[in-house]
Design a protein around this ligand. Structure first.
Ligand SMILES: [Zn+2]
Ligand SMILES: [Zn+2]
Length: 392
């Protein structure tokens, strides 16, 4: 991340590595993939993910799309088409509950490069001076670089390369679920097993693929939010000496539960500090609807809620259940996205999150049952920081 806290360039606007996305009703280019709302536009329209992946985990109803993002990172994942879809449940009964916001990563790998961890490490080091990927904004906020049809494979067949990849090995047989390896067994196994296999033992067992389920017809789906294209993006610029702009984040008066008297003071001051920072940052570019920085740091809405504690303590985002690798931050939605999505519908009971933080597999792995050249879908991590209820 840029050193935006420094006073070294007082009076100058400083640019950070966070790419801000802005919504607009119209787009010059109809092929813009990234958008708020609307219906999902899958990598391969013939092969949508199982509808089970877009069901609310509380009420089991179908959810609606909040964000669709063209996630192609040609420098980091050459030969990968990637797309993120964030879904939310529209039912008011489901508000503020776990599993009512879910994120899917669509991936189609045309040619898999052999992983080279050493090279990866080196690349991470000089991050501060690393040039921003010039084409990133174009990739995210423009049309797919993979061509309009999407069916044409710009990388050729590339068949055999996948087998050489230790990360692409098929899933372990069923028995693995029954006998959970103890830590001791893991280290013994490490002697004979490959690095990737050993690593895979240290993460939760692979999530079973969801039951294949066709998508309901449109009349059986909840009403989607309107489509707002993410046609414009800019790297965030910050005034090093911000004036105390009133927070534009939505804080509504409500009957909040009082924290216990003992830790109330500490709770309030830390809550206020994190929230104030959040509100101040957003107020400098109030129209931003998403904040994008692959492998960057999310801007926390709170450090005291479940997600804030997890991320602030460095325990971080849970690992990828498909490949056993780590997950990393990629994008977050801001409260302005709610304003854009709900538009004229503000009279209705609206969404109540402060931010949705998306964490993705840092290897951009593909599902174990998906072959090279085919589109597959994996559930990724969505951390929802619910809107704080203002205290009376
Ligand atoms: Zn629900
Ligand atoms: Zn993975």
């Amino acid at each position: 991340m840029a050193d935006y806290d420094s006073d070294s360039s007082e009076g100058e606007f400083e640019e950070t590595n966070v790419l801000l996305g802005y919504a607009s009703k119209e787009a010059d280019d109809e092929d813009i993939i990234s958008r708020l709302g609307g219906r999902p536009d899958w990598l391969d329209p013939e092969k949508p993910p199982s509808a089970a992946l877009a069901r609310c985990k509380v009420c089991s109803d179908m959810m609606v799309q909040l964000l669709q993002l063209n996630g192609e990172l040609p420098e980091k994942f050459p030969g990968h088409e990637r797309r993120l879809h964030v879904f939310g449940c529209r039912r008011s009964n489901c508000r503020r509950r776990d599993g009512t916001v879910r994120v899917l990563r669509g991936v189609r790998v045309f040619k898999q490069e052999a992983p080279n961890p050493a090279k990866e490490e080196k690349k991470e080091q000089p991050k501060a001076e690393e040039a921003k990927p010039v084409a990133l904004g174009d990739a995210l906020f423009g049309a797919s670089s993979f061509g309009r049809g999407g069916s044409a494979n710009p990388f050729g067949g590339g068949g055999g390369t996948g087998s050489a990849n230790p990360f692409a090995k098929p899933s372990e047989p069923e028995e693995k679920e029954e006998e959970k390896p103890k830590p001791q067994e893991v280290s013994t196994a490490g002697l004979t097993k490959s690095f990737a296999e050993t690593l895979a033992l240290n993460v939760p067992p692979a999530q079973p693929p969801p039951p294949p389920e066709p998508w309901p017809t449109e009349d059986k789906m909840p009403k989607p939010y309107p489509t707002l294209f993410l046609a414009d993006a800019d790297y965030e610029t910050l005034d090093p000496k911000p004036t105390n702009v009133p927070a534009n984040a939505r804080v509504e008066a409500a009957d909040a539960e009082e924290p216990s008297a003992i830790d109330r003071e500490a709770f309030e001051s830390s809550m206020d500090a994190a929230f104030q920072k959040f509100a101040d940052r957003l107020a400098q570019n109030p129209e931003q609807v998403i904040r994008y920085e692959y492998a960057g740091t999310p801007l926390l809405y709170s450090k005291t809620d479940a997600i804030g504690k997890k991320l602030a303590s460095g325990r971080g985002i849970p690992g990828c259940a498909n490949c056993g690798g780590r997950r990393t931050f990629e994008v977050q939605l801001t409260p302005q996205a709610i304003v854009e999505l709900e538009g004229d519908d503000m009279s209705l009971d609206g969404m109540e999150w402060g931010t949705i933080i998306v964490g993705v597999c840092e290897r951009d792995c593909r599902p174990r049952d998906t072959e090279l050249g085919q589109a597959g879908y994996l559930e990724e991590w969505a951390g929802v920081q619910w809107e704080e209820l203002a205290k009376e």
